[in-house]
Design a binder for this molecule. Structure first.
Ligand code: EPZ
Length: 421
């Protein structure tokens, strides 16, 4: 099991190119199931979760070819095996995103229930309820979702809460349904807009992606397309938090400032100097060192609120803020696993229910800590970069699920990072 060894205390300096967004690439790979023509994704990040999705799709019969480091061509002409087995689903719950497309294209699907995960129960009842409303017959037995439908029909669907993959799953299914599907209380994340842009390029008829009311008019078939995956806003925010926490100055290249707006707003409010510009490759975000920054009070919320996927990273940033910060997690019921590990590095954090209270200014000292989930591991990396001495982070496979070449990018910014096989 790989570990990362980080010698902290050095400010990050320089430029970093942001990779394509994991949470856009995952649903967009599944969109290949909706057409018998080739789908090409550019700027597709090389991540473990993306590799798992590519393996899952190829097991179904989709041709998957990486003809360049960040370009993948998918060929969904013949789907022999509409099955998502437990062995793969248990390693990546986003496999559930194959359910809607398989139902729409093949009329049947057998997808393992994802089960729980470190950050919460993460039920998928909203996905099931919506697809059943569209006419799917769904049986939950032996840990699997067995679904079938002659042809899905458009429906008027209201989600109990804005669910990102729920909105994506049903939006994809609705593109080939008979009639119009209306989604109320849909999630508004930028990745949903990026997926809708791809589906529209494939011939889908979608209005309102990015808003809480989305209307999809089903069509008979979708054709192939070439699409560039949007930049990863969470990777962008993670590097900004790491630069601020180490009193560094960095420039993000090929990023997307608009998608990161809720995070930039908070960072500017606490006194971080952030400038946005644009070049022919996309947005640049420059964060420059300006000494200290204020404590803050953060509450995570569905987009356009503050993203839960940046909560753990902001907790690491709060450790070096002036004063006492509070961070409240409202999306997942146990997304505070990083707290105890940060405390092992010397942080002063108390948790009361779903609110963490961080006393800034306590010096961190290197120690051995354990990653528990993807974004928790990112917060441990940031804390390790701040800590005096050497930190070893165990179970770094969590990090590899969602960050491409993290240690290479950090080393290029002046950090002392070593991966130990
Ligand atoms: C997506 O997960 C992201 N994953 C998560 O990113 C992200 O944290 C989350 O959205 C919230 O922004 C991908 O896009 C692959 P939800 P998802 O359905 O879709 C409840 C990362 O770090 N809910 O929006 O699974 C659920 O329990 C990952 O990259 C139901 O109750 O999240 C949660 O409390 C972690 N029933 C809330 O809704 C359902 O059927 C939001 O979950 C569906 C969701």
């Amino acid at each position: 099991m790989d570990r990362l060894q980080i010698c902290g205390g050095k400010p990050l300096k320089g430029e970093v190119f942001i990779s394509g967004a994991k949470n856009a690439a995952l649903p967009e790979l599944c969109a290949a199931l909706l057409t018998d023509e080739p789908l090409v994704l550019d700027n597709c990040p090389k991540l473990n979760d993306v590799n798992t999705m590519e393996t899952l799709l190829s097991q179904m019969g989709v041709g998957v070819e990486r003809n360049a480091p960040h370009r993948v061509t998918l060929d969904g002409a013949s789907i022999a095996w509409p099955l998502a087995p437990y062995e793969l689903v248990k390693t990546m719950r986003a496999s559930i995103l194959t359910l809607g497309p398989l139902l729409a294209r093949c009329g049947r699907a057998r997808v393992s229930m994802p089960g729980g995960c470190a950050i919460g129960l993460r039920p998928i009842d909203q996905h099931i309820k919506a697809l059943a409303q569209m006419g799917a017959e769904i049986d939950l037995k032996h840990g699997y979702i067995a679904a079938q439908s002659q042809r899905l029909t458009g429906a008027d669907i209201t989600f109990n809460m804005p669910t990102v993959t729920g909105t994506e799953n049903v939006m994809m299914a609705a593109t080939l349904a008979k009639g119009v599907t209306t989604l109320h209380n849909a999630a508004r994340e930028p990745e949903i807009v990026d997926l809708a842009n791809l589906l529209t390029a494939m011939g889908a008829r979608i209005q309102g992606a990015g808003e809480s009311l989305i209307v999809i008019e089903g069509v008979e078939r979708l054709h192939g397309a070439t699409h560039r995956v949007m930049p990863d806003r969470i990777e962008s925010g993670t590097f900004l938090a790491a630069a601020a926490a180490t009193r560094g100055s960095i420039i993000l290249r090929r990023t997307d400032a608009k998608a990161l707006a809720p995070v930039l707003e908070v960072m500017r409010k606490i006194g971080l100097d952030i400038k946005v510009s644009n070049d022919d490759q996309g947005d640049q975000i420059a964060l420059s060192h300006r000494g200290n920054y204020d404590a803050f009070h953060l509450v995570t919320a569905p987009h356009p609120g503050f993203p839960t996927d940046m909560q753990a990273q902001m907790m690491a940033l709060a450790i070096a803020a002036d004063g006492i910060s509070t961070i409240t997690e409202t999306i997942f019921e146990s997304r505070m696993m990083h707290v105890q590990e940060l405390v092992r590095l010397g942080a002063s954090i108390e948790v009361d229910g779903n609110t963490a209270r961080v006393t800034g200014g306590t010096p961190l000292s290197g120690a051995t800590v354990m990653a528990t989930d993807l974004r928790a591991s990112a917060s441990l990396v940031i804390a390790a970069l701040m800590a005096e001495g050497v930190t070893t982070i165990d179970r770094i496979y969590h990090l590899d699920r969602g960050y491409e070449a993290m240690e290479a990018k950090l080393s290029a910014l002046g950090a002392e990072v070593l991966r130990i096989e």
